[in-house]
Design a protein around this ligand. Structure first.
Ligand SMILES: Nc1ncnc2c1ncn2[C@@H]1O[C@H](COP(=O)(O)OP(=O)(O)O)[C@@H](O)[C@H]1O
Ligand SMILES: [Mg+2]
Length: 425
């Protein structure tokens, strides 16, 4: 096939008009992709929008045009604010490179359609007998989560909890029974994300913190003597596996090697636990069992290891058995909403906006290492609540913030607060 003669070459490169033309929209971005058409002298144009609610959009317009038509389109897009995304200069766009994303989008759309069809079949009673089509489910973000049943360990729903669209992938992983590890700073919302999914879908949650006295006995189980009888007591892991609970292994980067070894066995979705101490009894996972881990200083967070003293590096083979998500603090606009919803009806938007901005500044100072203490959403909510009661941000900051940090940090935070809040006249 002859190379099509491309229009208006700017610097002699014939592929100059090929590529992705993008413009920002209110909720995300909109793009046109120009690639080489199947026939000579033609161009394929694909259009899609990516927005917060629906994530990466699928292609909604897909057409083939000639060079003259393309020229007109390019002019129109330029007027509309679309700009060609330049790639690294050395990367000349090969056809496979350009074809990858549209190809992937088609494959992904087919997979989604197949999933919907399967779900439809199950609803119509066409699923395999093992499918319990009558089981209730609840929608979290854009994901349907199968409900469990009432259990004393189901967490309480926090009605003020916010599920931003970026959590959808995590919720989908939970549904698919993937092992999910959430990494991020203290108070970024790792534990509460799992708990709030569990609360809404009625699954009991067990937590086990590795940064403390948790022994392999607590985790896996141990023998004990009671009334002259020797009894086996299941640890949290077999308990969760047998009862179909969700187990959160908090601060997994502090776990002892023997606990990690026990965990490794159950990292595969159907992975079974062998209780060596109990005559090699095998524990198979209940279908509702889910396993989560949280960590502060693993992987993409390892640059902050010195802030979380004693954390272990996790080896890559172990990490590869997890989907690892980096959870950052909520954005100021999201945290503003959480403040208003949590402290309704007293918290007003102007107050909440200022408080969220103070939290954001404190976190920026922490990231620059000017501050040595993290500023969690929990701390912000607590300070705000006390401030409403006392009517005095400075007095409220005493027990909610200053007393918990070093005098240097307290002075710096006080400065940030003063920067945002002028003293009462
Ligand atoms: N998306 C959210 N919506 C509402 N509140 C949140 C959200 N994320 C975090 N929080 C608040 O922040 C607090 C701290 O989160 P937590 O899950 O304990 O953090 P981590 O486990 O990362 O240390 C929670 O108790 C909750 O009140
Ligand atoms: Mg936590």
């Amino acid at each position: 096939m002859s190379t099509p003669d491309l229009i208006e070459p700017e610097d002699g490169n014939k592929d100059d008009n090929l590529g992705l033309y993008r413009r920002a929209t209110q909720n995300g971005a909109e793009w046109w992709r120009v690639s080489v058409g199947d026939r000579p002298e033609t161009y394929r144009l694909e259009h899609a929008t990516d927005d917060d609610e629906n994530g990466a959009g699928s292609v909604d317009i897909d057409l083939v045009v000639d060079a003259e038509n393309l020229r007109a389109k390019l002019k129109k897009w330029r007027r509309e604010g679309f700009a060609l995304e330049r790639d690294a200069p050395e990367a000349t766009d090969t056809p496979t490179r350009i074809a990858f994303m549209p190809e992937l989008q088609r494959a992904s759309a087919r997979m989604l359609a197949a999933k919907l069809r399967d779900a439809g079949n199950a609803d119509a009673g066409l699923g395999s007998p093992a499918d319990d089509a009558s089981a209730a489910s609840v929608r979290i973000g854009n994901v349907d989560v199968r409900c469990g049943s009432a259990h004393p360990l189901v967490p309480r729903v926090n009605p003020a909890y916010l599920f931003p669209a970026r959590f959808n992938d995590i919720v989908a992983d939970i549904v698919e029974n993937r092992r999910v590890m959430l990494i991020g700073h203290t108070g970024a919302g790792k534990t509460s994300l799992i708990e709030q999914v569990a609360a809404r879908s009625q699954h009991g949650v067990l937590r086990s913190n590795m940064n403390g006295q948790t022994t392999v006995g607590d985790f896996v189980g141990f023998w004990t003597v009671k009334g002259g009888e020797t009894l086996w007591v299941d640890g949290v892991l077999p308990t969760a596996m047998r009862e179909g609970l969700w187990l959160i292994v908090d601060e997994i980067d502090f776990a002892e090697p023997s606990i990690l070894a026990a965990l490794t066995a159950v990292l595969e979705p159907q992975g079974r636990l062998v209780l060596k101490e109990k005559g090699n009894e095998i524990v198979a996972p209940h279908p509702a069992f889910r396993l989560f881990a949280t960590a502060n200083a693993v992987g993409a967070m390892s640059q902050f290891r010195h802030l979380y003293q004693g954390a272990n590096l996790m080896n890559e083979a172990f990490l590869d058995r997890w989907r690892v998500y980096l959870l950052d603090y909520l954005l100021p606009a999201e945290e503003t909403d959480v403040l208003i919803r949590t402290l309704a009806p007293h918290m007003t938007r102007p107050l909440a906006t200022t408080l969220a901005a103070i939290a954001a500044d404190c976190r920026a100072a922490f990231a620059r290492e000017d501050l040595s203490s993290a500023f969690s959403t929990r701390r912000l909510l607590d300070w705000a609540e006390l401030m409403l009661r006392t009517g005095d941000p400075e007095r409220a900051a005493g027990p909610a913030i200053y007393a918990k940090v070093s005098p240097e940090d307290a002075a710096l935070i006080r400065g940030i607060i003063r920067h945002h809040i002028a003293p009462a006249a």
